[in-house]
Design a protein around this ligand. Structure first.
Ligand code: ZN
Length: 161
């Protein structure tokens, strides 16, 4: 069985930036599962997955356009501190997960004021050329329900409330 449309693919990955620094890895937790062809993962990685089999190991380098996008330098937004109640103490450089009407968004705090916080709304990995070291651990047919929902269920996949 190969990674292709309507398959649920489970994989371990280690993510490095262009300097070779490790940014993130699934090795210290469960592997990740995604539904192929449903835009669950960044497009450059999904393209590289196509046609691979279980136990395949490979590396792929993805340009920002096919990863988390290019940085928009004017993407600084000012947020009232009272909107951030419940997030605890906030500091410059911290990454916040904000709920917006377009869904959850990750932003980086760039400036603290007395009543407001300036955040950089670029994704923390925007503008980065990323290399993924991938090992595929499982491939299976998607269930009808998964195909309908557009994501994988079960360990490493989407957890419903
Ligand atoms: Zn679902």
């Amino acid at each position: 069985m190969i990674a292709e449309k309507d398959k649920v693919v489970t994989f371990h990955y280690t993510l490095k930036n262009a300097a070779g620094d490790e940014m993130e890895s699934s090795r210290d937790r469960d592997p990740m599962s995604y539904l192929h062809g449903a835009n669950n993962i960044i497009s450059g990685l999904e393209k590289a997955m196509l046609g691979h089999e279980v136990n395949d190991k490979f590396s792929v380098t993805v340009e920002p356009e096919e990863a988390y996008g290019v940085r928009a330098e004017d993407n600084i937004q000012r947020i009232p501190l009272k909107r951030l109640k419940g997030l605890g103490k906030i500091a410059v450089g911290q990454i916040l997960n904000l709920q917006t009407n377009k869904g959850p968004v990750q932003v980086t705090v760039v400036k603290m004021g007395r009543f407001n916080v300036d955040v950089d709304a670029n994704h923390p990995l925007a503008g980065e050329t990323l290399t993924f070291d991938v090992e595929i651990t499982d491939i299976r047919d998607a269930s009808e329900e998964e195909a309908k929902h557009g994501h994988a269920h079960g360990p490493g996949g989407h957890q419903h409330d």
